[in-house]
Write a protein that binds this ligand. Structure first.
Ligand SMILES: CC(C)(COP(=O)(O)OP(=O)(O)OC[C@H]1O[C@@H](n2cnc3c(N)ncnc32)[C@H](O)[C@@H]1OP(=O)(O)O)[C@@H](O)C(=O)NCCC(=O)NCCS
Length: 175
């Protein structure tokens, strides 16, 4: 794995995001989101974006987080709090977007963005507000990547048939 010197911080209004490349056409919405919407979403408190940067100007990856919930559809049992199994939805933070510039993939940046998000959610959200899960709607090609980061596929008939697969990480099981 090539060594890239980078760090992660919140997207800033002054960031120039024009150089970010995603490679193939299918990932263009991830480029458009970063270039055209991420700052608006941030200012409007819809979603917060954290960027991996090699220096102050060069963004090489990002993850966007927003509040969410998960319907476990009887596909997962909470053994430690059985009463919570009665609720249709349980609290979660969603990884709404995740992308690494195609020139920097397979260098550990995606995994580091996930680790950063997990730590941020555990320390700042789950510690202060009920939040049990991290969820994401994964494209088929990204399922193994998320599995390597500890996410599991929701085991329900509806999910197995879905275009984007609901994956989740149980924050309590990480303790
Ligand atoms: C998926 C993505 C974010 C991964 O980022 P990355 O920086 O290339 O991944 P990393 O280098 O951190 O990889 C971490 C591990 O996952 C593996 N991995 C990376 N991409 C993978 C993929 N698409 N499928 C399976 N495994 C993958 C790596 O080999 C590495 O394995 P290791 O820990 O055994 O060495 C990146 O490929 C990307 O931006 N893809 C296009 C957009 C996308 O699919 N986003 C996900 C939203 S659904």
């Amino acid at each position: 794995m090539p060594e890239i010197d980078f760090y992660i911080r919140k997207l800033d209004v002054s960031d120039t995001v024009q150089n970010f490349k995603v490679g193939s056409q299918e990932y263009l919405p991830l480029k458009t989101f970063l270039q055209k919407q991420a700052k608006h979403f941030q200012q409007s408190s819809i979603a917060q974006t954290y960027v991996a940067v090699t220096d102050e100007k060069n963004i090489i990856g990002y993850v966007t987080l927003t509040c969410s919930e998960i319907d476990l559809q009887n596909g997962y049992e909470l053994a430690d709090c059985s009463h919570a199994n009665n609720y249709e939805f349980l609290p979660a933070v969603k990884i709404a977007r995740l992308a690494v510039d195609n020139r920097f993939r397979n260098c550990g940046i995606g995994a580091t963005l996930i680790d950063y998000a997990i730590a941020l959610i555990q320390d700042n959200i789950a510690a202060n507000v009920g939040c049990r899960f991290i969820v994401t709607d994964a494209k088929n090609e990204a399922v193994s990547f998320y599995e390597k980061q500890g996410f599991v596929l929701l085991d329900s008939a509806g999910n197995h048939a879905a275009e984007h697969l609901l994956m989740f990480l149980d924050l309590v099981r990480l303790r």
